[in-house]
Write a protein that binds this ligand. Structure first.
Ligand code: GDP
Ligand code: MG
Length: 164
Protein backbone atom coordinates (compact mmCIF):
# COMPACT_ATOMS: atom_id res chain seq x y z
CA UNK A 1 0.00 0.00 0.00
CA UNK A 2 1.09 3.56 -0.63
CA UNK A 3 2.11 5.65 2.38
CA UNK A 4 -0.80 7.55 3.84
CA UNK A 5 -0.69 11.21 4.89
CA UNK A 6 -3.67 12.36 6.96
CA UNK A 7 -4.72 16.01 7.14
CA UNK A 8 -6.29 16.83 10.48
CA UNK A 9 -7.12 19.87 12.58
CA UNK A 10 -10.17 21.73 13.79
CA UNK A 11 -12.89 22.80 11.34
CA UNK A 12 -12.30 25.83 9.11
CA UNK A 13 -8.50 26.00 9.28
CA UNK A 14 -8.25 25.18 5.57
CA UNK A 15 -7.70 21.40 5.50
CA UNK A 16 -9.79 20.86 2.36
CA UNK A 17 -8.20 23.84 0.61
CA UNK A 18 -4.76 22.38 1.38
CA UNK A 19 -5.84 18.90 0.25
CA UNK A 20 -7.08 20.27 -3.09
CA UNK A 21 -3.88 22.27 -3.58
CA UNK A 22 -1.72 19.22 -2.90
CA UNK A 23 -3.66 16.91 -5.23
CA UNK A 24 -3.89 19.66 -7.85
CA UNK A 25 -7.62 19.27 -8.28
CA UNK A 26 -10.75 20.45 -6.61
CA UNK A 27 -11.85 17.19 -5.01
CA UNK A 28 -12.79 18.17 -1.50
CA UNK A 29 -15.44 20.73 -0.70
CA UNK A 30 -14.21 24.03 0.70
CA UNK A 31 -16.71 25.94 2.77
CA UNK A 32 -16.84 28.88 5.10
CA UNK A 33 -19.23 26.82 7.21
CA UNK A 34 -17.34 24.44 9.50
CA UNK A 35 -18.10 20.74 9.22
CA UNK A 36 -18.68 20.16 5.53
CA UNK A 37 -16.29 17.22 5.19
CA UNK A 38 -17.85 14.52 7.34
CA UNK A 39 -16.24 11.45 5.86
CA UNK A 40 -12.69 10.85 4.84
CA UNK A 41 -11.73 11.82 1.31
CA UNK A 42 -8.77 10.07 -0.32
CA UNK A 43 -6.69 11.03 -3.33
CA UNK A 44 -3.29 10.18 -4.70
CA UNK A 45 -0.55 12.78 -4.80
CA UNK A 46 2.92 12.55 -6.32
CA UNK A 47 5.93 14.49 -5.08
CA UNK A 48 9.53 14.09 -6.35
CA UNK A 49 8.47 10.87 -8.15
CA UNK A 50 6.99 9.30 -5.01
CA UNK A 51 3.31 8.53 -4.72
CA UNK A 52 1.31 8.81 -1.52
CA UNK A 53 -2.34 8.76 -0.55
CA UNK A 54 -3.63 11.91 1.04
CA UNK A 55 -6.71 11.85 3.22
CA UNK A 56 -8.77 14.89 4.10
CA UNK A 57 -10.82 14.72 7.29
CA UNK A 58 -13.74 16.72 8.58
CA UNK A 59 -11.99 18.18 11.57
CA UNK A 60 -11.68 17.56 15.26
CA UNK A 61 -13.60 19.30 18.01
CA UNK A 62 -12.33 17.36 21.01
CA UNK A 63 -14.98 18.38 23.52
CA UNK A 64 -18.18 18.49 21.52
CA UNK A 65 -21.18 16.24 22.24
CA UNK A 66 -22.82 17.21 18.94
CA UNK A 67 -23.55 14.06 16.90
CA UNK A 68 -22.09 15.33 13.62
CA UNK A 69 -18.96 16.70 15.30
CA UNK A 70 -18.36 13.45 17.16
CA UNK A 71 -18.81 11.53 13.89
CA UNK A 72 -16.23 13.83 12.28
CA UNK A 73 -13.90 13.26 15.22
CA UNK A 74 -14.29 9.47 14.85
CA UNK A 75 -13.42 9.69 11.15
CA UNK A 76 -10.35 11.79 11.97
CA UNK A 77 -9.27 9.25 14.58
CA UNK A 78 -9.56 6.43 12.04
CA UNK A 79 -7.43 8.44 9.61
CA UNK A 80 -4.85 9.09 12.33
CA UNK A 81 -4.67 5.38 13.18
CA UNK A 82 -4.10 4.43 9.55
CA UNK A 83 -1.68 7.27 8.73
CA UNK A 84 2.07 7.05 8.28
CA UNK A 85 2.42 10.83 8.68
CA UNK A 86 -0.07 13.31 10.11
CA UNK A 87 -0.34 16.92 8.97
CA UNK A 88 -1.88 19.03 11.72
CA UNK A 89 -3.32 22.17 10.17
CA UNK A 90 -3.68 25.31 12.31
CA UNK A 91 -4.71 28.84 11.37
CA UNK A 92 -2.31 31.76 11.85
CA UNK A 93 -5.22 34.20 11.75
CA UNK A 94 -6.78 32.73 14.88
CA UNK A 95 -3.50 31.84 16.61
CA UNK A 96 -3.09 28.85 18.94
CA UNK A 97 -6.45 27.70 20.32
CA UNK A 98 -7.31 25.30 23.17
CA UNK A 99 -8.58 22.89 20.53
CA UNK A 100 -5.20 23.01 18.72
CA UNK A 101 -3.49 22.20 22.04
CA UNK A 102 -5.78 19.25 22.73
CA UNK A 103 -5.38 17.81 19.25
CA UNK A 104 -1.58 18.30 19.41
CA UNK A 105 -1.49 16.42 22.74
CA UNK A 106 -3.58 13.62 21.25
CA UNK A 107 -1.25 13.37 18.25
CA UNK A 108 1.85 13.32 20.45
CA UNK A 109 0.29 10.39 22.31
CA UNK A 110 -0.31 8.56 19.03
CA UNK A 111 3.46 8.40 18.55
CA UNK A 112 3.07 9.05 14.81
CA UNK A 113 5.22 11.61 12.99
CA UNK A 114 3.44 14.96 12.86
CA UNK A 115 4.11 17.89 10.54
CA UNK A 116 2.65 21.20 11.71
CA UNK A 117 1.13 23.33 8.96
CA UNK A 118 0.50 26.97 9.89
CA UNK A 119 -2.05 27.73 7.22
CA UNK A 120 -3.39 31.10 6.00
CA UNK A 121 0.17 32.49 6.09
CA UNK A 122 -0.70 34.48 2.99
CA UNK A 123 1.95 37.17 3.32
CA UNK A 124 5.43 36.32 2.14
CA UNK A 125 8.49 37.47 4.07
CA UNK A 126 9.63 37.19 7.66
CA UNK A 127 7.32 35.18 9.92
CA UNK A 128 5.06 37.20 12.23
CA UNK A 129 5.22 36.88 16.04
CA UNK A 130 2.03 34.75 15.90
CA UNK A 131 3.92 32.18 13.83
CA UNK A 132 6.39 31.49 16.66
CA UNK A 133 3.57 30.80 19.13
CA UNK A 134 2.96 27.53 17.31
CA UNK A 135 6.27 26.19 18.63
CA UNK A 136 4.42 25.88 21.95
CA UNK A 137 2.40 22.98 20.56
CA UNK A 138 5.53 20.85 20.98
CA UNK A 139 5.40 19.45 17.46
CA UNK A 140 8.70 20.84 16.21
CA UNK A 141 9.23 23.43 13.51
CA UNK A 142 5.96 24.81 12.15
CA UNK A 143 5.75 25.28 8.38
CA UNK A 144 4.12 28.45 7.06
CA UNK A 145 1.68 27.65 4.27
CA UNK A 146 -0.89 29.52 2.26
CA UNK A 147 -3.18 26.90 0.81
CA UNK A 148 -5.01 29.45 -1.30
CA UNK A 149 -1.80 30.84 -2.84
CA UNK A 150 0.23 27.64 -2.64
CA UNK A 151 3.17 29.14 -0.72
CA UNK A 152 4.96 26.63 1.48
CA UNK A 153 3.23 23.52 0.15
CA UNK A 154 6.53 22.19 -1.26
CA UNK A 155 8.24 22.61 2.11
CA UNK A 156 5.30 20.89 3.74
CA UNK A 157 5.53 17.88 1.41
CA UNK A 158 9.31 17.72 1.87
CA UNK A 159 8.78 17.58 5.64
CA UNK A 160 6.22 14.78 5.23
CA UNK A 161 8.47 12.75 2.94
CA UNK A 162 11.26 12.80 5.53
CA UNK A 163 9.14 10.24 7.37
CA UNK A 164 8.21 8.13 4.33
P1 GDP B 1 -11.58 23.00 6.56
O1 GDP B 1 -12.87 23.07 7.32
O2 GDP B 1 -10.42 22.91 7.52
O3 GDP B 1 -11.54 21.96 5.51
O4 GDP B 1 -11.41 24.43 5.83
P2 GDP B 1 -11.73 24.83 4.29
O5 GDP B 1 -10.66 24.30 3.39
O6 GDP B 1 -13.13 24.47 3.98
O7 GDP B 1 -11.51 26.41 4.38
C1 GDP B 1 -12.22 27.21 5.30
C2 GDP B 1 -12.10 28.66 4.86
O8 GDP B 1 -10.73 29.08 4.97
C3 GDP B 1 -12.52 28.90 3.41
O9 GDP B 1 -13.17 30.13 3.33
C4 GDP B 1 -11.17 28.95 2.68
O10 GDP B 1 -11.21 29.70 1.49
C5 GDP B 1 -10.29 29.62 3.73
N1 GDP B 1 -8.85 29.32 3.54
C6 GDP B 1 -8.30 28.11 3.39
N2 GDP B 1 -6.95 28.21 3.22
C7 GDP B 1 -6.66 29.52 3.27
C8 GDP B 1 -5.43 30.27 3.16
O11 GDP B 1 -4.33 29.74 2.96
N3 GDP B 1 -5.54 31.63 3.27
C9 GDP B 1 -6.73 32.24 3.50
N4 GDP B 1 -6.72 33.56 3.60
N5 GDP B 1 -7.90 31.58 3.59
C10 GDP B 1 -7.87 30.23 3.47
MG1 MG C 1 -12.93 20.47 5.02
Amino acid sequence: AKPLIAIVGRPNVGKSTLFNKLVGQRISIVEDTPGVTRDRIYFECEWRNKKVMLVDTGGIEPHSDDAILSQMRRQAQLAIEAADVIVLVVDIQSGVTANDQDVAAMLLKSGKPVVLCVNKSDRLGAPSPEFYEFYNLGLGDPIAVSSTHGHGTGDLLDACFEYI
